[in-house]
Design a protein around this ligand. Sequence first.
Ligand SMILES: Cc1cc2nc3c(=O)[nH]c(=O)nc-3n(C[C@H](O)[C@H](O)[C@H](O)COP(=O)(O)OP(=O)(O)OC[C@H]3O[C@@H](n4cnc5c(N)ncnc54)[C@H](O)[C@@H]3O)c2cc1C
Length: 381
Amino acid sequence: MKNMEKERLMIRTAAEKTAQRIVQSRAAKIDTTGEFPRDLVEAFGRQGYLSLLLPESYGGTEGDLTSFCIVIEEIAKVCGSSSLIILAQGLGILPILLGGNSFQKDLYFTEISEKNSLTAFALKEPEGGLEASSINTMAKKQGKDYLINGRKCFITHGSLAKFYTVIAVTQPAYGTEGISAFIVEDGTPGLSFGEREEKVGMRGTVMTDIIFENCRVPQENLLGEEGKGYKIAMDTLNMSRPAIGALAVGIAQGALDYSIHYANERIQFGKPISSFQAIQFMIADMATWVEAARSLVYKAAAQIDAKLEDTEKISAISKIYASETAMKVATDAVQILGGYGYMKDYPVERMMRDAKVTQIYEGANQVQRWVLAQRLLSNKE
Ligand SMILES: Cc1cc2nc3c(=O)[nH]c(=O)nc-3n(C[C@H](O)[C@H](O)[C@H](O)COP(=O)(O)OP(=O)(O)OC[C@H]3O[C@@H](n4cnc5c(N)ncnc54)[C@H](O)[C@@H]3O)c2cc1C
């Protein structure tokens, strides 16, 4: 246990250094140009950040969610987009880790660990995605292949990934049991991509639709068994929600740190604005929320790492609380900087835009609250 703690501390120190040395200075430009930071991705690959969740034999941490969250938090303190690249990579790895057989793991994990190839997770569709009945992408068995038809949207790393985990319906009459997960490799005939989406925040990440037109995938690319895809997808999201929480905590901490620095420098009415109680209380509240959010995120990650049963509740709570915190803290940071906070010359307006999506993706917070309330009210707790 002590060794694990020491290892995680080393991971945090290294990620903090990476963030400060190579990411921080790039964050504003990545945001304004919307450039996908290939050089940073290569650096993340060298650091092992693209293979963090892989088994140790492939250079990873054996699926250690806590370590993954630590890296995501540290990078997000300075750049949300760069952190989301690492998170989306983990999101693409998780379904294979959770549902892949040894052949699939060896093939795709070797590809990631040796070539730092990007991966992606494709669940969302124009009509929905999270709810089983709203999945319209079909995978029809034809001989030893599946023919996939349909469209996914808002997929991070769309058009960049070497392979995609795609959730599709194999038996329409079976509900969640009729949904399967497939690995679709880039270059497969019938696979194409929509235009890159223009986003409010996280502007350095690439997001596109994925289009499947008679896309023929060999049956070896089915993850687990037919009918297990919905469970694989939900287990994947359950594991990655604390990581979104970590990204949110990182953004919030970055915004808080900048607010403190600014409040001590900015002189109004002859004194630093940090001497005004109104500003002091804002900063105290921001710090309180960030600390509470961090505790929830690492509690959720620890429970998932310990393979405890029934982690859905803490996973959803950590995501809701941390993302709401990020939005509140980043918005307050803009307020503390006054008019300057609203200008692109300062990082807090970017942080506010980046924070917003943490309340939305991987199941918007209202949906998380609804699921949570259903559990609480059905006396399952
Ligand atoms: C930057 C970004 C990156 C993304 N990356 C990926 C990716 O890599 N892979 C992927 O598969 N998806 C990805 N997504 C999709 C993302 O997960 C969805 O957009 C998100 O889950 C919300 O779904 P939706 O857009 O369909 O909103 P909707 O579900 O249509 O929600 C609209 C509104 O209705 C509310 N609402 C919906 N249902 C309920 C309910 N039952 N009770 C109360 N309120 C409700 C929501 O909270 C929200 O406020 C990404 C999205 C973004 C913005």
